[in-house]
Design a protein around this ligand. Sequence first.
Ligand SMILES: [Zn+2]
Length: 318
Amino acid sequence: MILSRRVILNYLYSSGLYATVSPTFGNITGQKNNHLQNFFKFSVGKINITVVSDGSFTTPISSITINASEEEIKQHLQKYHMPNDYIYRETNLAVIDVEENRLLVDVGGGSRFIGDTGRLFDNLDLAGIDPDTITHVFLTHAHPDHVLGIRDDFDEVIFPDAEYIMSQNEYEWWTKKNRVNEVEQIFQQTVLNAVNSLNALSEVTLYDEEKEVIPGVHMLDTSGHTPGHSSLLVQSAEAKLLICGDALLHPNTSLVFPSWTPENDMDPIKAIKSREKVLSLITNEKMALLGFHFPFPGVGHVIPSGNSYQFLPASIRW
Ligand SMILES: [Zn+2]
């Protein structure tokens, strides 16, 4: 059957899809175009993974890099058809199922963070994941959008029976006695947020090397963004996926200019090295990538492109 233009338009209007096919700039980049359920299931070999969104927030464009002027950043964003007054940050948490283990990667911001975050439990529910079945929680690092959700509104730890795991360097840096008085005033609240979240945990498993966390899932040192920032390497059969936390923040910035230093990279030189390590690892070994702050669901592949890299998002199949 050949559909007439009128039939197609009627279909688009009635299905609510019209806004997404309109070429109008605002319609495709605005913050209110969310019509997806915020989870995404896929497999790496025999390992099942569910991306579960904790929501999203925005930060000023000055947060993107300290290496370029505001005018240069604006021009770059316009070239990539992105808004030029803020950058939109998704928060793609992940649940990894291996045998009897169910590992959650980061917990999001809970009710204490900015923007439209704190949706972990709503989206676990939509994804059909019972929170009581989470056996492990891995924390990539202790920035607030990744750990503030450790405590609920009553200061109780979420997933109290799960084993919490993170890098020893990361844990020890944030929880060092008197750390809050050793940092600049502007950074003190970030330290307090990390300390109060981590101290709520009665027990944390700390690894100082690239350990296997659950079968087929290894830690990878990607420090620099924070002192002990860690990624996870998931491997099953011949398939590999890197869950890179904040080692790469956005495909149109971190992959185009890996040497751009985001405002919140704590050790810029180390962070650049980690970005280069991650990008060469995933392209050399043809791994898939899951970016925590990438546009939802943040899953895809990376290919070299000239002197930089390009992200190829996985297609969502209904
Ligand atoms: Zn983050």
